[in-house]
Write a protein that binds this ligand. Structure first.
Ligand SMILES: NC(=O)c1ccc[n+]([C@@H]2O[C@H](COP(=O)([O-])OP(=O)(O)OC[C@H]3O[C@@H](n4cnc5c(N)ncnc54)[C@H](O)[C@@H]3O)[C@@H](O)[C@H]2O)c1
Length: 259
């Protein structure tokens, strides 16, 4: 007798799934039987991941669009015939590079826009597009990847923290609104991961006091990997998580706590 987290018959959209965390989530949802629309603003990345899932025997399609383009979001979700599962993963910690601060006293509203557009508006657009079909069906799962930058701060990017905290607050409000329709809405808050964007930060800890200090705060003494996140996303997407909503779960190696 086994315990299954079976998503057969469910259609999922994972945004920003062309690499890293989103890719790991898309692959695991597909392995659990979901039909996965693999989104990325970089079309080649979305296609490569979707093709590979299909080659491995899963069900996937590439769904390239920019989550900040509301019309494209609506058109894609409608074209897919609605969603059962939405994973808002696409995020942007800035073009100036990971680990580099953007001091508020030296930044301008235009600098804040890109953080808010992708990390907050992108989430709002995708949730808005997904809800009508979920409400019609009386079942749905919304999972949003946020950041400890929005819970405890410390990224050196106030607008990024504000956008991620805003996304968590937005999801909590939506959870209240749609719970009666069988739809759950939860967030996963990440500590700093080891991904293509952040890999350089974790190299040469001896020469990088910021990274070595941060490493000491991880109870599990390593940065997270995309697969560390995918398991919780699968569980929250599954029928087993039907009485869990409005929550934000840290996945951060013990960097910070939620009680
Ligand atoms: N990497 C970390 O340390 C870390 C820490 C905390 C939270 N997060 C959050 O986790 C999520 C995933 O991060 P990651 O490290 O895997 O990112 P990543 O940069 O490795 O991958 C993100 C993917 O999203 C795509 N993307 C970016 N903007 C998009 C848009 N407007 N529309 C569609 N796709 C878009 C990118 O092309 C890329 O393929 C993000 O929301 C990020 O903010 C990451």
């Amino acid at each position: 007798m086994g315990v299954e987290l079976d998503l057969a018959g469910h259609r999922a959209l994972v945004t920003g799934a062309g690499q890293s965390v989103g890719e790991a989530i898309a692959r695991l949802l597909a392995a659990a039987g979901a039909e996965v629309a693999v989104n990325d603003v970089v079309a080649d990345r979305a296609a490569a991941v979707a093709d590979d899932i299909v080659r491995s025997g899963g069900r996937a399609v590439a769904a390239p669009f920019d989550v900040t383009d509301y019309r494209a979001v609506l058109q894609t979700v409608e074209g897919l015939g609605g969603l059962d599962i939405l994973v808002n993963n696409a995020g942007n910690a800035g073009t100036e590079g990971f680990g580099r601060s953007v001091p508020l006293a030296r930044s301008e509203p235009a600098d804040w826009e890109m953080f808010l557009k992708v990390n907050l508006y992108g989430v709002m657009y995708c949730v808005r597009a997904a809800l009508p079909a979920m409400i019609d069906k009386g079942w749905g799962r919304v999972i949003t990847i946020v950041s400890d930058g929005g819970r405890v701060g410390g990224t050196g990017k106030a607008a990024y923290g504000a956008a991620k905290a805003g996304a968590a607050g937005f999801c909590r409000e939506v959870a209240h609104e749609v719970g009666r329709h069988g739809i759950t809405v939860n967030c996963i808050s990440l500590g700093t991961m080891k991904t293509p964007t952040t890999a350089a930060f974790w190299e040469n800890l001896d020469e990088n006091p910021t990274a070595s200090e941060m490493m000491k705060r991880y109870i599990i003494r390593r940065p997270g990997e995309p697969d560390d996140v995918a398991g919780l996303a699968l569980f929250l997407a599954s029928p087993r998580a039907s009485w869990i909503t409005g929550q934000t779960y840290p996945v951060n190696g013990g960097f910070s706590f939620a009680l």
